[in-house]
Design a protein around this ligand. Structure first.
Ligand SMILES: [Cu+2]
Length: 122
């Protein structure tokens, strides 16, 4: 839980002093997993920057408090509608480093075009 929280909060993990160089991971090791809550609202994506490490299995739980929005990351072929009371759960492996644009995929009002964010895979 503690490690998970650090990953969520910093995007960097807690590994400052924990080098794994030279040690073998246990056979049961799975891809690191991060679960993040994202809110799409008039007119923002919160948080507007999501940072994960390459190879991470990312679960996004996307909610909206107001009207229907769309959670889109075009470069990853992600496009999910998000409705009040009906969250979108999106899972993908962040396997390619880069910065990906997050945008609202459903026109939701005059500030729709301001609803952007980015996913950073490092
Ligand atoms: Cu919108």
């Amino acid at each position: 839980m503690a490690v998970w929280l650090c990953v969520v909060l910093s995007g960097m993990g807690c590994g400052g002093g924990l080098s794994l160089v030279g040690s073998k991971p246990p056979k049961t090791a799975k891809a690191p997993t991060v679960t993040l809550n994202v809110v799409m609202k008039k007119y923002a994506v919160v948080p507007d920057v999501i940072t994960v490490k390459r190879g991470t299995l990312v679960h996004l739980h996307v909610t909206t408090p107001d009207v229907q929005h769309g959670f889109d990351i075009p470069d990853l072929n992600i496009s999910e509608p998000v409705n009040p009371g009906k969250p979108a759960d999106i899972t993908f492996v962040a396997d390619k480093p880069g910065t990906y644009r997050i945008e609202c995929g459903i026109i939701c009002g005059p500030g729709h075009d301001d609803m952007t964010g980015k996913l950073v895979v490092e």
